[in-house]
Design a protein around this ligand. Structure first.
Ligand code: ADP
Ligand code: MG
Length: 392
């Protein structure tokens, strides 16, 4: 990455305003998954150890104005436990209460501001709000990769008023995702699934320029199968994306990329744990039935391709993995990726949820913390939050 990072500046005794992505799931006031908080620890520990006064800011959920349910107090508690030191939490984002708390900070102290989205000016990238945030500090650090595709005040606005550098998480995300696009170890296999073709058009397009093989599963497979002339019953189908799928099929042929579609699928008449389910060839999906997972023959073929890979990128579950009888495809493919010797990179909220469900997170080389941000980076779109940082 050609951007400056916390390593490139002197942070000692400086007030450092860090944008983190602590948008974590909460249940009854408790953080139920602390992965995003853990992911920020390298940057936070570095700043603490180098004597910075660490002021943290994040959004959480989609509150419309102030909302008790989305206060960051549980996040402060979880962070304090992980850091093994006090994290002071203020109930405001900017203003006198915050200024006073910052004035009392010493080197190594950590302060967490209230949920940025309690102020509607955050999403509007309001310059006055950005300036008020910037006034709290001497240096700005962006470590919120997962929010860096949004031009919000805490991501872009604030960087106009302070020296702005990247944290280690942001650096690692950008470096890892760009490196597989620029110089992947080959064969490079991409596994794409999830619900819709339309969500992933840019990603599919970009991956066709770099991969050696593309494995398609999930709901999006049925628009591809329809494009190939199969009847898909009441499976998820995007009629208006059939042409795009045809182009993908053609481009793959021209570029000699092995494009795999399911040969068999698990079908049912409704998406329910109690639905009667069966395995059929993709040429035998009856009317009124929908494909909800890839079948056993497809799993075998996909496992073989993954086994031969040196780099694997996975985004999108192979089926409705939330329901046991449609989860086998996702589980087996996730296992194959986890067991392979390849560099494995996984992105996407639901794909990560699947990894967690099957206890495979530890066996993946890199799990991207950014859903939308990782996909946009792979599509080749500039991320506003990265562009805004100082270049080397
Ligand atoms: P990610 O969050 O990893 O990018 P997506 O959001 O694109 O993944 O897709 C995940 C969703 O796709 C899951 O909720 C899953 O149930 C759904 N899905 C997967 N396969 C199918 C299918 N065959 N039919 C309908 N929905 C599917
Ligand atoms: Mg999703």
């Amino acid at each position: 990455m050609n951007k400056k990072t916390v390593r490139d500046i002197d942070v000692s005794n400086k007030r450092v305003l860090v944008r983190v992505d602590f948008n974590v799931p909460l249940s009854n006031g408790i953080v139920t998954d602390n992965s995003r908080i853990k992911a920020a620890l390298p940057t936070l520990e570095y700043l603490i150890n180098h004597g910075a006064k660490v002021i943290l800011m994040s959004h959480l959920g989609r509150p419309k104005g102030f909302d008790d349910k989305y206060k960051l107090d549980p996040v402060a508690q979880t962070l304090a436990d992980l850091l093994g030191r006090e994290v002071k939490k203020v109930d405001a984002i900017v203003g006198n209460e915050v200024k006073e708390a910052v004035d009392k900070m010493g080197p190594g102290d950590v302060l967490l501001l209230e949920n940025l989205r309690f102020d509607e000016r955050e999403k509007k990238n309001d310059p006055e709000f950005a300036r008020a945030l910037a006034n709290l500090a001497d240096i700005y650090v962006n470590d919120a990769f997962g929010a860096s595709h949004r031009a919000h005040a805490s991501i872009v606005g604030v960087s106009q008023y302070l020296p702005a550098v990247a944290g280690f998480l942001l650096e690692k995300e950008v470096d890892t995702l760009t490196s597989i696009l620029e110089k992947p170890e080959r064969p490079f296999v991409a596994v794409l699934g999830g619900s819709k073709v339309s969500d992933k058009i840019g990603v599919i397009d970009k991956l066709l320029d770099v991969v050696d093989a593309l494995l398609i599963g999930g709901g999006m497979a049925f628009t591809f199968l329809k494009a190939k002339g199969y009847e898909v019953g009441s499976s998820l189908l995007e009629e208006d994306k059939i042409d795009f799928c045809l182009q993908v099929i053609k481009k793959a042929e021209q570029k000699d990329i092995a494009l795999y579609l399911p040969s068999d699928v698990v079908i049912a008449q409704e998406i329910s744990p109690d639905a009667e389910a069966m395995v059929v060839s993709v040429s035998a999906i009856p009317q009124g039935w929908m494909g909800l997972d890839i079948g056993p023959d497809t799993i075998l073929v996909y496992q073989g391709v993954i086994k031969s890979a040196k780099t694997v990128f996975w985004n999108g579950p192979m089926g409705v993995f939330e329901i046991d009888q449609f989860s086998r495809g996702t589980e087996e493919i996730a296992k194959a990726i986890a067991q392979s010797d390849a560099v494995s990179i996984v992105g996407g909220g639901d794909s990560i949820a699947a990894l967690k469900k099957f206890h495979l997170e530890d066996k993946i080389s890199f799990i991207s913390t950014g859903g939308g941000a990782s996909l946009e980076l792979i599509e080749g779109k500039p991320l506003p939050g990265v562009e805004a940082l100082m270049s080397r």
